[in-house]
Design a binder for this molecule. Structure first.
Ligand code: SAM
Length: 290
């Protein structure tokens, strides 16, 4: 199988020139041009020959070449039609890559796996378009497809929010949602000069290893996530006020106060101090009384 060549910036420039490619800001196009970072992502994701990898946003196919070398099969989903002929060229020597032109947010991943006759868990690896990081990651988890892990390049701040714990400034609804589904681990910080063009923000590689079983028992997942969002919507308010003022929650005030007391907290507690276990317990009490 061919050696990956696109990690070298000179080769990336040549491909871009050959196809007269213009970067589309609206698609969050920042292509990787650092072989060490590419090697690190493959290592962190633990890609092996028996793996099926879904790559989101292959760009000109730089990371796809590395993935194709390491994995058994790669499905690369790219929204930008202008990149498809380029991908067909740069990946022509790899017979284990399927290029799919689609918006990943609208792709039926279960159907794609069935078409590829893949029945086991799969891995997601991507240098994500930063403008839709959260909908992509939450969409993947909520779709309930058999994901083993998600290893992605994201904005550094977003990686820190995913990994944050209670009582810290980065802790929020994203931390709790990610940690309900997976164990996050920031594997590397990546500076802007590893990309072309350079992004305005720092980046980080984060690996989300999916829990086999959710770490907490929840009666009504949707209710728990509405409670979590309401608790963080009004950061400086108490948890009771946050829940009481939430437009998409209709919980009687006395039920809120009684449930907060039942989980052993004071009436004036703030949402950002609660752990995932406490949010689960709180939502289970509220659920029982509704
Ligand atoms: N993987 C390449 C690399 O590392 O050099 C490119 C990464 S670039 C940060 C993000 C890629 O995602 C771009 O190729 C962009 O066109 C693509 N993209 C943006 N929105 C998308 C979407 N909704 N569905 C699929 N691909 C998308």
């Amino acid at each position: 199988m061919a050696e990956p060549v696109l990690g070298n910036p000179q080769n990336t420039i040549e491909v871009l020139k050959k196809y007269n490619f213009t970067f589309q800001k609206k698609y969050g196009q920042n292509f990787l041009i650092d072989t060490h970072v590419l090697d690190k992502i493959i290592r962190v994701a633990g890609i092996r020959k028996e793996d099926f990898v879904l790559e989101i946003g292959p760009g000109i196919g730089t990371m796809t070449q590395y993935l194709a070398q390491a994995a058994g099969k790669v499905a690369a989903v790219e929204i930008d039609k202008a990149l498809i002929p380029i991908l067909e060229d740069t990946l022509s020597e790899y017979n284990n890559v399927k290029i799919i032109q689609a918006d990943v947010l609208k792709l039926d991943i279960q159907k794609m796996l069935e078409e590829e006759r893949w029945e086991r868990p799969f891995k997601v690896v991507a240098n994500l378009p930063y403008y839709i990081t959260t909908p992509i990651i939450m969409g993947l988890f909520e779709m309930h497809v058999p994901i083993e892990s998600i290893t992605v390049m994201v904005q550094k701040e977003v990686a820190e929010r995913m990994q944050a714990g209670p009582g810290t400034k980065d802790y929020g609804a994203l931390s709790l949602a990610v940690q309900y589904y997976a164990r996050p681990y920031i594997a590397a910080n990546v500076p802007p000069n590893c990309f072309m063009p350079r992004p305005k923000v720092g980046s980080a590689v984060i690996c989300l290893r999916r829990h086999e079983e959710p770490p907490v028992r929840v009666e009504d997942e949707a209710l728990m996530f509405r409670i979590i969002r309401a608790s963080f919507n009004q950061r400086r308010k108490t948890l009771a006020n946050g829940l009481n003022n939430a437009p998409d929650l209709d919980i009687p005030k006395e039920v809120i106060i009684e449930s907060i007391r039942k989980i052993g907290k004071e009436a004036g507690v703030r949402g950002e101090t609660l752990t995932l276990e406490e949010f689960a317990e709180l939502s289970n009490y509220i659920c029982k009384q509704m």
